[in-house]
Design a protein around this ligand. Structure first.
Ligand code: PRP
Ligand code: ZN
Ligand code: MG
Length: 225
């Protein structure tokens, strides 16, 4: 549990979500000095600390209560939840809001020169991904007998490097697939950024601060529509 009396929010340090996270916090009126390349940024006008970490670590930090809130992609949340359930670790969070940024899809892709392929092509193939739990669930559901190669990065080069026949990775603009000569297939999961809260948070001061921030969050969302 985060016994610190300042509300702790985990956001991605650098990546697709970081800019939008920073501007959201700003729009919520949270003043931060993020210029310093530090792990923790203290708000100067509210009892809030912002932790900047790898997106993959955010769900776990919130589930374990190290952070009270987190902003993370649903893709990472679903994957972490499945992995933790399998290991018997805490995996619950309260989802406070779906945010209007960070849209992407988790999709299958394979070398373009192979042309169109249907699901049965994947039988006996190796698929590289950073999302083994979500992919395995999909393969089981579709009754595809493929093996999963876990990579934490550079998934898109796996076919060319001979590490896999196909990949299952996030697609946002499609530029990464295009640059690596890959053709996009079925979407396995669609994802947006979301705001999550530790499921057993019971500090009254923190809960009332969150209650104060939530209407502002809805205001920001409406203003954009
Ligand atoms: C994803 C994915 C690709 C890229 C796709 O990585 O792994 O590298 O985005 O985007 P595009 O379709 O616009 O080219 P992400 O930024 O989520 O970060 P991570 O893999 O470093 O966690
Ligand atoms: Zn990541
Ligand atoms: Mg990437």
């Amino acid at each position: 549990m985060n016994t610190n009396n300042r509300l702790r929010i985990a956001i991605q340090k650098s990546g697709r979500l970081s800019k939008d996270c920073q501007s959201l916090l700003k729009q919520l009126g949270i003043k931060l000095n993020l210029r310093e390349q530090r792990l923790i940024a203290h708000s100067t006008n509210m009892p809030i600390d912002v932790l900047r970490v790898r997106d993959d670590d955010i769900p776990g930090l919130v589930m374990d209560g190290v952070c009270d809130l987190g902003i993370v992609g649903e893709n990472v949340l679903v994957e972490t939840q499945a992995e933790r359930q399998r290991n018997g670790q805490p995996s619950e969070v309260s989802k406070l809001a779906k945010l209007d940024f960070g849209y992407c899809r988790l999709a299958l892709a394979w070398p373009q020169e192979l042309g169109m392929q249907d699901k049965s092509w994947f039988n006996g193939k190796r698929i590289a991904t950073t999302y083994p739990e979500i992919l395995k669930q999909y393969l089981e559901q579709e009754q595809i007998d493929a093996s999963v190669v876990m990579l934490t990065g550079s998934v898109e080069v796996a076919p060319r490097a001979g590490l896999a026949d196909a990949i299952c990775d996030l697609v946002s603009t499609g530029a990464t697939l295009e640059a690596n000569g890959l053709m996009q297939g079925d979407t396995i999961l669609e994802s947006n950024a979301c705001l999550i809260q530790n499921a057993s948070l019971n500090d009254d001061d923190k809960l009332s601060l969150i209650n104060k921030l939530m209407p502002r969050l809805r205001g920001v969302k409406q203003a954009k529509e």
